[in-house]
Design a protein around this ligand. Structure first.
Ligand code: SF4
Ligand code: SF4
Length: 364
């Protein structure tokens, strides 16, 4: 059984003060002089639901108290939007309030030009996972340890986005993102296609061309970024059946490889606040599902994600989501996906355990 430390907002309304309660947990992993990767998603341009810079600053300051040298980091996206390039990401981060001055640490794009990826293997592979190598983004792999800050929320494809997803997809190179996303490569439903050609124009990888009035995909060039699906006005590109569950298998394996690259020296914090139905990669916000809960933290990414799911289930549902009252897995039910696959797979390959005990963090 793993310990999950919980700072409940209902009992600790001063969040900045309350975060100090995690100092002991940080010190289990972080030593004086360590370069600490503070991993988070700094928000897509236009999305207002990402983690606030002031909370990140607070964590950075606590790590500095331990004598560590933190840097704030994330990787570029697979899809060609604002955070597709290192420069684009840094500009987006600054727009969203993440600069060296605001977070009191360098903002580093972990797969940027200065960093060579480090190849790791998943600890072991189960459930037909074909991921044999994972390219861990250079700045993450070179760090001594990592503190993962996750805005816990819903996710269209995998039900929820928690620590496992933040690490499995967020700490790897474009190539490794693409290999994971192969399971959800869009498939054309020709009966809905009018041959307008918009998807062909949207594919910056040159994987689509028009043939006989319909788009034709070159599988060798396709990186599974999903832009064609996003662009089509007729919904003619569809996701393969069951890909939400299959993607979770890959996420768990990739997360295990990242953890391995850091010798398991990782602390996971899930901020269960502004729990929106959709993820922070969308270029606009989405409605909140539940009242804010607090911050759950652990050395075990499986336990902290499981506890976060349970805490969401036990919280007051908001607006249209009240219809999911009584559901055992609200976020998974919203998206019609079994989002416990990532937990079960991660447990099977030894990344953590689903059984946990909650330890309340009291404000010191
Ligand atoms: S074909 Fe679609 S999924 Fe593949 S690279 Fe092009 S836009 Fe992305
Ligand atoms: S955007 Fe949609 S309708 Fe237009 S060519 Fe592509 S698949 Fe067909």
């Amino acid at each position: 059984m793993s310990s999950v430390y919980l700072l409940r907002y209902s009992e600790n309304p001063d969040v900045f003060k309350g975060l100090r309660g995690f100092l002991n947990l940080f010190s289990e992993v972080v030593s004086e002089g360590d370069r600490v990767a503070v991993k988070l998603h700094m928000g897509e341009l236009g999305n207002p639901n990402y983690l606030r810079p002031a909370l990140v600053r607070r964590v950075v300051d606590l790590l500095r108290e331990l004598g560590a040298k933190p840097f704030v980091t994330d990787t570029t996206t697979l899809y060609p939007m604002a955070r597709f390039t290192e420069r684009g990401y840094l500009e987006t981060a600054a727009y969203n309030g993440f600069t060296k001055e605001t977070v009191n640490a360098p903002v580093v794009i972990a797969d940027g030009a200065c960093y060579e990826p480090v190849v790791e293997r998943p600890v072991r592979t189960v459930m037909g996972c074909r991921l044999r190598r994972v390219e861990v983004a250079g700045a993450v792999a070179e760090a001594d340890c990592m503190v993962v800050l996750t805005h816990f929320k819903g996710h269209l494809m995998v039900g929820f986005g928690g620590s496992i997803k933040n690490v499995g997809m967020g700490c790897v190179t474009k190539r490794s993102k693409s290999e994971q996303h192969t399971v959800n490569r869009p498939v054309l439903d020709e009966s809905l296609c009018t041959g307008c050609g918009r998807c062909v124009e949207s594919c910056v990888f040159g994987a689509l061309s028009m043939g006989d009035g319909k788009p034709v995909m070159d599988a060798e060039k396709c990186v599974s970024c999903g832009m064609c699906k996003l662009t089509c006005p007729n919904g003619a590109w569809r996701l393969p059946e069951g890909c939400g569950e299959e993607l979770q298998v890959y996420l768990a394996h990739a997360a295990s490889a990242v953890s391995k690259a850091l010798d398991g020296r990782v602390v996971y914090l899930n901020f269960i606040q502004d729990v929106t139905s959709l993820c922070d990669c969308r270029p606009s916000g989405s409605p909140r599902v539940v009242e804010d809960v607090g911050v759950a933290a652990s050395l075990d990414p499986v336990a902290v994600d499981k506890a976060s799911i349970d805490l969401v289930d036990g919280s007051e549902l908001l607006g249209e989501f009240r219809r999911f009252k009584g559901c055992r897995d609200v976020l998974g039910s919203i998206h019609g996906v079994d989002d416990t696959v990532q937990l079960r797979v991660a447990e099977k390959i030894g990344l953590g355990v689903m059984e946990y005990e909650v330890v309340d963090v009291s404000v010191p």
